[in-house]
Design a protein. Structure first.
Length: 97
């Protein structure tokens, strides 16, 4: 019961931070991003909420990171959205030209 309550509270706080204070969330994500990714695999009950909190590099700029939803909202003209590109980074993907 305590674990369930703690998980719920931490997810609420992280969601609020991601929505209202993105700079603070970037700092939080730098420290705990690996734990959030692990939680997606291990916590089936909270998987959808955790997935919404994950951040991935953008194809627009190395400094910009976005969630799954932001990647789905702005695919390149005439293409399907890409959720994963196994490259060595933005320059290696040749997606900037």
């Amino acid at each position: 019961a305590i674990r369930k309550q703690l998980t719920r509270r931490v997810l609420e706080m992280a969601e609020e931070m991601a929505r209202d204070r993105p700079e603070d969330y970037d700092t939080f994500y730098a420290a705990f991003g690996k734990n959030l990714k692990l939680g997606v695999h291990e916590d089936e009950r909270s998987r959808d909420r955790l997935l919404a909190l994950l951040r991935f590099p953008s194809t627009h700029t190395e400094a910009e990171r976005g969630g799954v939803e932001s990647g789905l909202q702005r695919p390149a003209a005439g293409t399907d959205p890409t959720l994963f590109s196994p490259t060595g980074g933005l320059a290696a993907s040749n997606m900037t030209s």
